[in-house]
Design a protein around this ligand. Structure first.
Ligand SMILES: Nc1ncnc2c1ncn2[C@@H]1O[C@H](COP(=O)(O)OP(=O)(O)OP(=O)(O)O)[C@@H](O)[C@H]1O
Ligand SMILES: [Mg+2]
Length: 266
């Protein structure tokens, strides 16, 4: 069964999409079966994977509205190494349609049931808002990965996300976990980065990933070529960091699985 991870932070431009694409690619390189769901009307994750969002047969809109079989929606490109369910402007229409439907929070979770069997990891790239699309991602997910920039306002807004998380745990998704907080665009020479990073270590302890993603221009260039960093420049600092993150995530999840098996056998 797939581990479904929502990549979420309602703050814009913190590295959600960059992380969704490059972590998917790094895990796929480790021979894991990965699906990336682009749940953002901006469609950045799809474009960064070389997908023309105006010309796809199906998109996440179909997943949310049930207008196509879930198994037929993903774009499968062997060169990319992982599957992608495209996002794009249609999702704004999906948002409106969802508001009018019953069980509107659970549409993605329901559609995802079939897909969970096929993949090891599913990443959902969320839009920069705590809207109905993001809530669908949080209901479908087993955990959330929160990318954040180590800057002055980094922690602002995090409390709104944590409140939403608490609400969902009390209602529709009691087992929703925090996969981890990820420091992105990390600049170790900046004192502000170091200060904020220390604060994060203090408040979040082992919820913070050890791996930090450095600010790296190759990561910013890769989407315009429609390629993950592992294919655009595999020896760049950005590529190495996302490989490290993939290792850290697989290690953590192996540990959790072992503990679960242990408690079952008790
Ligand atoms: N580690 C990095 N080093 C340099 N540039 C980066 C890095 N991570 C992201 N960027 C650049 O920063 C910008 C914002 O990143 P990204 O699109 O991943 O953020 P986002 O959180 O998905 O944004 P949005 O909230 O709009 O969806 C992009 O131009 C991206 O190329
Ligand atoms: Mg994005």
């Amino acid at each position: 069964m797939a581990k479904v991870i929502a990549v979420v932070n309602q703050k814009g431009g913190v590295g959600k999409t960059t992380t969704s694409i490059n972590l998917s690619a790094a895990l796929a390189q480790r021979r894991l079966r990965v699906l990336l769901v682009d749940l953002d009307p901006q469609g950045n994750a799809s474009m960064g994977c070389g997908i023309d969002v105006e010309n796809v047969d199906h998109s996440a809109y179909d997943l949310l509205t049930g207008s196509a079989y879930a198994e037929n929606i993903a774009v499968k490109d062997e060169n990319l190494g992982f599957d992608v369910i495209a996002g794009g402007p249609d999702l704004t229409a999906a948002e409106v349609e969802l508001m009018e439907s019953d069980q509107r929070d659970k549409k993605l979770a329901e559609a995802m049931n079939v897909l969970q069997i096929v993949y090891d990891y599913v990443f959902i790239d969320c839009p920069p808002a705590l809207n109905i699309l993001t809530v669908n991602a949080l209901v479908a997910a087993q955990s959330i990965l929160i990318p954040m920039q180590c800057e002055y306002y980094a922690l602002e807004g995090l409390s709104a996300l944590m409140n939403t998380l608490a609400d969902l745990r009390n209602t529709v998704n009691p087992n929703l976990k925090v996969e981890g907080l990820l420091r992105t665009m990390y600049d170790p020479r900046s004192n502000l980065t170091k200060d904020v990073s220390k604060q994060l270590e203090h408040y979040f302890k082992d919820q913070l990933f050890e791996t930090c993603i450095p600010r790296n221009v190759r990561l910013a260039e890769a989407p315009s070529h429609g390629l993950p960093i592992s294919q655009y420049d595999k020896s760049s600092r950005g590529a190495i960091a996302y490989n490290e993150l993939a290792k850290e995530i697989t290690r953590r999840n192996r540990k959790t699985l072992k503990n679960q098996n242990y408690s079952v056998s008790l």
